[in-house]
Design a protein around this ligand. Structure first.
Ligand code: CP
Length: 311
């Protein structure tokens, strides 16, 4: 049955638990046991349609699909007929006519994946749409917390940096809210969505429950998790919203701030990291930084999603 994952709200509470449990099951398998999954989706085809650059999302979906024996076909924006003027709807119908069993799509526009999905006959997974949503990133972030029994009401988690342009922040807020968690969004005023500062509502009228802060230093000693974000210059449209020095002075997680961070707090980042901007080398090397673990977990979470959505 066709099931699309455009935002984390497309999954029920039971399905969220199911994804985490399935992912953990895959993670705990030996290499030999994982080989036995190869026949599961043999003969099926996964389309990876990426209109923006990606290392983690694209590769982990490819690895996940191939682990089940699926063929993965990659199309990038520059190599597709979109550059000749083909619409999203026609692209969906064209790709749909080729018998794909699943599509993963990334696109710079907020609504493109949601526009593609109704015209594509098989399930569609959002691999990142504009600044609107990156559900599989939020799921893999949550998986890292779930494994530590931290995905519970009362978790003190801050998401820091360029919130304005971040689909990761929006998807994480949506997902954390499902677990009764109200994250703190921290960053400079000019990188904070106005609508969140005023009412907590996204432009779509969706209620996002988050606290807003402009001072990372005031938060550090009372956090369980600090998720840092890259400044997404590709979405700034040439406008200088903040000078790099000002951002670093207020919001870079460096050795000094790491010392001020509560001793057991985890440091997360969806990647890619821009070293010297939001994080420094010392933070990358620190044992509380779980960025590489997030990436590894991403393969298992995406395997779980493929398993769920191709049934
Ligand atoms: N986190 C993330 O989406 O990374 P990529 O852009 O490399 O896929």
């Amino acid at each position: 049955m066709k099931r699309d994952l455009i935002t984390v709200t497309d999954l029920t509470d039971d399905e969220l638990q199911n994804v985490f449990q399935r992912a953990q099951g895959f993670e705990r398998m030996s290499a030999q046991e994982r080989l036995s999954l190869r026949g599961k989706l043999v003969g099926k085809h996964c389309l990876l349609l990426f209109y923006e650059p990606s290392t983690r999302t694209r590769l982990s979906f490819e690895v996940a699909a191939k682990t089940f024996g699926m063929e993965a076909c990659v199309v990038t924006g520059e190599s597709s007929s979109v550059v000749k003027g083909e619409s999203i709807e026609d692209t969906a119908q064209t790709c749909g006519a080729m018998g794909f069993d699943l599509a993963v799509m990334r696109h710079p526009n907020d609504t493109a994946v949601a526009e593609f999905a109704p015209h594509f006959p098989a399930s569609v997974i959002n691999g990142g749409s504009g600044k609107f949503a990156h559900p599989t990133q939020a799921l893999l972030d949550a998986y890292a917390l779930w494994k530590r029994d931290l995905l519970i009401e009362g978790l003190r988690i801050a998401i820091c940096g360029d919130i304005l342009h971040s689909r990761v922040a929006r998807s994480n807020v949506r997902l954390l809210n499902r677990f009764g968690i109200t994250p703190i969004l921290v960053g400079p005023r000019q990188l904070m969505p106005e609508e969140l500062q005023k009412s907590g509502e996204s432009p779509e009228g969706e209620e996002l429950r988050a606290e807003i802060s402009h001072s990372l230093d005031e938060l550090l000693e009372r956090l369980d998790v600090l998720m840092m974000l890259r400044t997404q210059l590709e979405r700034h449209e040439g406008v200088v919203r903040i000078r790099p020095g000002e951002f670093i002075a207020g919001y870079q997680l460096n050795a000094e701030r790491l010392r001020a961070l509560s001793p057991n707090a985890l440091v997360m980042h969806p990647g890619p990291v821009v070293r010297g901007s939001e994080l420094t080398d010392e933070v990358m090397k620190n044992e509380r930084t779980i960025i590489v673990e997030q990436v590894a977990g991403g393969v298992f979470v995406r395997m779980a999603l493929i398993d769920l959505l191709t049934q």
